[in-house]
Design a protein around this ligand. Sequence first.
Ligand SMILES: Cc1cc2nc3c(=O)[nH]c(=O)nc-3n(C[C@H](O)[C@H](O)[C@H](O)COP(=O)(O)OP(=O)(O)OC[C@H]3O[C@@H](n4cnc5c(N)ncnc54)[C@H](O)[C@@H]3O)c2cc1C
Length: 267
Amino acid sequence: MYTLNYVKAKSVKQAAELLSKHSEAKLLAGGMTLLPTLKQRLARPTHLVDIGDLAELQKIEAKGGKLVIGAGVKHHDVATSAVVKKAIPALAGLASAIGDPQVRNRGTIGGSVANNDPAADYPAAVLGLGATVVTTKRAIAADDYFQGMFTTALEEGEIIVRIEFPVPKRAAYSKFHHPASGYAMAGVFIAQTAAGVRVAVTGAGPGVFRWKAAEAALAKSSKPDALEGVKLDSREFNSDIHADREYRANLVRVMAKRALAKLAGKK
Ligand SMILES: Cc1cc2nc3c(=O)[nH]c(=O)nc-3n(C[C@H](O)[C@H](O)[C@H](O)COP(=O)(O)OP(=O)(O)OC[C@H]3O[C@@H](n4cnc5c(N)ncnc54)[C@H](O)[C@@H]3O)c2cc1C
């Protein structure tokens, strides 16, 4: 064991103050990623600042064409929220397929988006829907937020407060999950938004990315064969014991086809 200080923050403001006072402090939300990291000694913070139960981070509301989800909302609550199911059913469906019941009852949307695991599900929805990540310091467009494997635009001491999702005309997500963890070996989120079609891919590459060639193809046609033969640059896709690059590239195509089929059946 090594010594660290645990502080249960009373507000986001207090959490931000603690982070700026202690340069080696870390936020704790659901702990689903952070606690294993601590156990393996991959991180050794001096302070854990617990924001997991802060009421101000737990809101879910739909207003003015946006679905707003507080950073502290747990996956289970996104999956079962009537507000989310009505505004963006694909997002509720995505949350319901994360990990297992234990993970869904502890893990938070803010923790997932802050962590930006290359195989996580929420980044596909945040990027696919063109959402905005609102922090204690600024609002960051999804296109600027995700910067590769476990890397985001978040700066030292910056806390995600909420995610604002523009409500799309339609959206659908399909993933091929790793049988042990539930993480995406490949996941494709397609959204028909006011600004056009967006396609985000998770699990396959070093980080979530937009598949621009698919977006261009879907802007012309949304027929079931619209993505047939569309260019997919898989040179930097992950190759590991679970799946090689070519297999992942094939999974992306299959998941995209499935998401497109789901999209056809949704309003
Ligand atoms: C067995 C297992 C299976 C899983 N399967 C899946 C899966 O299928 N799909 C999937 O997408 N994910 C999966 N996950 C990840 C899980 O969904 C969590 O969302 C993720 O681990 C992080 O969320 P958390 O709330 O637990 O964050 P924590 O572990 O508490 O924190 C993670 C990181 O984010 C930082 N952080 C937390 N909240 C904020 C905030 N508001 N602002 C800024 N930084 C913050 C922390 O300081 C830390 O660095 C799995 C995890 C496990 C353990």
